[in-house]
Design a protein around this ligand. Sequence first.
Ligand SMILES: Nc1ncnc2c1ncn2[C@@H]1O[C@H](COP(=O)(O)OP(=O)(O)OP(=O)(O)O)[C@@H](O)[C@H]1O
Length: 296
Amino acid sequence: MLELNDLRHVYGDGTVALDGVSLSIPVGMFGLLGPNGAGKSSLMRTIATLQTPTSGSIRFDGIDLLADPARLRQVLGYLPQDFGVYPRVTAYDLLDHMAVLKGITVKADRRQTVETLLDRVNLWDVRKRAVAGFSGGMRQRFGIAQALIGSPRLIIVDEPTAGLDPEERNRFHGLLAEIGENVVVILSTHIVEDVADLCPRMAVLAAGRILLDGAPQELIGAMRGQVWRKVVARRDVDDYRARLPVISTRLRGGETVVHVLSDESPGTGFEQVAGDLEDVYFAALSRSAQAAKAAA
Ligand SMILES: Nc1ncnc2c1ncn2[C@@H]1O[C@H](COP(=O)(O)OP(=O)(O)OP(=O)(O)O)[C@@H](O)[C@H]1O
């Protein structure tokens, strides 16, 4: 179990990236969903011990992360949002080098680890090719292989599916689902489908704060009977937004569809629909934006 308690992070220029984040994250896949700039990467880097929060505390299975970051690193696997420059060395050699850095110094052990991981992420056939020439999906699978070195118990993946084509995304999801069976995996993303597909638990982060936290099915269930849908003309969207609690405007098959959150029918032409995770997410964001507006 990973416990985050009242985490706050203020950057040097005064930007408040985390504003009192508290969460309990159990074994399994945990989705951290939020728009760009929400503070997801700041939170992921903080848990990965790459930056120290301004205040608050973090514990993982008895380890006080701020007091003893080195101990946490021994059980941590991290796939950052941006891996930086990939050198022109083969996948095999790079993974071998990373295994040395992770402390696997006995050659035979390392060979076993590297070969098992390359096979697991389906990169065995391309092990002799330079990582620099890999496609986006292959790079992300390589990134997972390096994150799995040393059998970590806490794995952090920051926006891993951005830019992947549907087939690679599916393949990557399969890999994550397999990994998430026995360890804590935190998946940070702005893609609702990633969380809907993979995560039995989730939280929404916006402007450095947790807006909601729970099991996707329960959060969807809590909206039952409150989501209404109508196909509208594109030019009328602003008018609907001004009059009604619109939670989202989506394009479906070229038509503009508005979703409204309301205990009763918002008007003619609206039909009640079963909400989905996108409704949960957009409703949380829209409530938070309205609260921020009212406070201003
Ligand atoms: N090193 C930094 N110095 C100052 N401000 C920063 C720094 N890094 C991030 N920020 C700011 O902190 C806030 C949170 O950024 P962060 O990158 O954590 O969000 P995010 O949810 O990961 O967004 P994205 O998906 O766009 O990466 C943003 O306002 C961002 O501009």
